[in-house]
Design a protein around this ligand. Structure first.
Ligand code: GLN
Length: 536
């Protein structure tokens, strides 16, 4: 039977509950257990698919096409397990289901209420995900902060699960903050006590308290928290801020968290295997000179909007023994010919154009691709970045500046023949809801004599998609003649998935999002190749 670990957060948001959950999952997996994870988000949106990256960060895509919270990216990177739509639950999704059932008469006229109908549906989501994934351990992160009104049904649901399944099958982990007071030069435990009191007032007694702090945590703090929160000292785990998130599993394990969890959940004798994590950390610590990568996008300076791209670059960099120096380049400023922005772009050892939607800043991105092509600067185009690279190449090769994507021709001013990127109806798996996006994992066949092949070293790959538009195959032969290599194709539908430019050290674009498949111990081949080319 599956055992559950519920991770809640107190005091304030942004403490890194996702990293904490992922780290616990990673340690248990390294001890040989099958781990699955789930994030319960208290907001009313049905999924993060339509939420602004400005507010909510990137949308992480699962193999089965789920559009999910970016924390799922942490889980996949740390635990190296493919997650699914089951891993992402929001209040909106729960209400949507319950209300839909009500409209269809599913409650036979009964009164539907938060307790038990909403809380039961939440419990079903949790236990079904555990069943379907056939995991030994399910780590469930509850979004938001204890004390939020929106989070209450989720907390009530996990309280009931504890009651039903018993303490040997459920474990509560509460992550809090010890704020530092500059004046008295000390860490304070009171907010942690208050947050645990709040949790206890709704019937949840944490088994573990993880305490985040930006300063060293002393024994006396641990003792105080243990006494006032009624948790044994060894179950209060200090979680001081570290340089790299990939250090967190090792930090937790210094306090034997895996064995302690195993004790609570009666898992028997287990021992984590830290070898891979130690190797990753050795690489992180020994990185040397920096490599400058320009990221040309819309949301400059917003790490979360490009989280998986940044993690993929970081990972590829430390595997190459380098430190990533990121240059944020606003594509709109390139368009406006802003001097400083162009100077920054010209400093770059490599240029990356990530995914994006809409017409804003497009010409600036095309300028960046042109600059990369003409100056033989390594370029990696992800999804939109591939479309940009193709448009730029075609405009030049075919001497036609009208060439564009159907997406960018909002006013319908361009003749259809000029759409080198166009909308292909029915290209997605389930013509249903949101069905105009090609979402999730699709196979791709790589041409043997391509640069792409020299990176992947295999011909059949699967990568994840999230886009509406596709390369227009009418252009295939014309561009092939001019030196564009179509190195990756969807075998069934002949959709172009990867393009590269022949006489260039590294200019590759992919219609998918490789950033979702980087792992700390396994840089993605395209990112690895891109960083290695940028170092040369
Ligand atoms: N906007 C483009 C499309 O819909 C690319 C999407 C993306 O980069 N994720 O095809």
């Amino acid at each position: 039977m599956c055992k559950y670990i519920f991770v809640t957060g107190g005091v304030c948001s942004s403490l890194g509950k996702g990293i904490a959950s992922a780290s616990i999952g990673a340690l248990l997996k390294s001890a040989g257990l099958k781990v699955f994870t789930q994030k319960l988000d208290p907001y009313l949106n049905i999924d993060p698919g339509t939420m602004s990256p400005f507010q909510h960060g990137e949308v992480f895509v699962t193999d089965d096409g789920g559009e999910t919270d970016l924390d799922l990216g942490h889980y996949e990177r740390f635990i190296d397990t493919s997650l699914s739509k089951l891993s992402s639950v929001t209040t909106g999704k729960i209400y949507d289901e319950v209300l839909d059932k009500e409209r269809r008469g599913g409650f036979l006229g009964g009164t539907i209420q938060i307790i038990p109908h909403i809380t039961n549906t939440i419990q079903e989501k949790i236990t079904k995900a555990a069943e379907k994934s056939e995991c030994d351990i399910m780590v469930v992160e509850i979004g938001g902060t204890v004390g939020d009104i929106e989070g209450l049904p989720f907390l009530e649901a996990i309280r009931q699960l504890r009651h039903k399944l018993g303490p040997e099958n459920t474990c509560f982990v509460h992550l809090t903050l010890l704020p530092y007071l500059e004046g008295s030069k000390e860490l304070k435990t009171k907010p942690t006590q208050a947050s645990v009191r709040e949790l206890r007032s709704i019937g949840i007694q944490p088994d573990f308290i993880l305490t985040r702090a930006d300063h060293p945590i002393k024994k006396e703090h641990i003792k105080k928290i243990a006494l006032f929160c009624d948790v044994n000292e060894e179950y209060v785990i200090p979680a001081e801020t570290v340089d790299s998130i990939y250090e967190v599993p090792l930090r937790y394990q210094k306090h034997n968290i895996t064995e302690l969890i195993a004790g609570k959940l009666k898992l028997g004798k287990i021992k984590p295997n830290l070898k891979e994590w130690e190797e990753v950390n050795k690489k992180i610590k020994s990185k040397k000179n920096s490599v400058k990568i320009a990221l040309v996008g819309k949301y400059t300076g917003l790490d979360d909007a490009y989280l998986s791209v940044l993690e993929s670059l970081e990972i590829a960099c430390y595997h190459a023994g380098k430190t990533l120096e990121l240059l944020w380049i606003s594509s709109e400023k390139l368009e406006e010919k802003d001097k400083q922005t162009w100077e920054d772009l010209k400093k770059a050892d490599g240029i990356i154009v990530p995914g994006g939607f809409g017409v804003r800043g497009i010409e600036g991105k095309i300028m960046a691709a042109k600059y990369a092509r003409e100056n033989k600067i390594p370029y990696l185009g992800l999804c939109l970045g591939m479309q940009i690279m193709t448009i730029e190449f075609a405009r030049e090769a075919l001497n036609n500046n009208k060439i564009t994507s159907e997406e960018f021709d909002e006013e319908g001013k361009t003749d259809k023949e000029n759409y080198i990127i166009h909308f292909l109806p029915g290209q997605c798996k389930d013509g249903k809801k949101g069905g105009t996006l090609r979402l999730g994992s699709y196979p791709c066949k790589i041409a043997k004599d391509s640069k792409t092949y020299s990176l992947y070293k295999i011909t059949n790959i699967d990568e994840r998609h999230r886009h509406r538009y596709e390369f227009n195959n009418e252009y295939l032969n014309k561009l092939e003649e001019k030196g564009l290599v179509f190195s990756g194709i969807n075998p069934k539908r002949k959709l172009i998935e990867i393009v590269e430019i022949k006489d260039h050290p590294f200019m590759i674009g992919c219609q998918f999002h490789p950033e979702f498949k980087s792992r700390p111990n396994k840089p993605h081949p395209l990112f690895k190749g891109f960083i290695e080319a940028s170092i040369k």
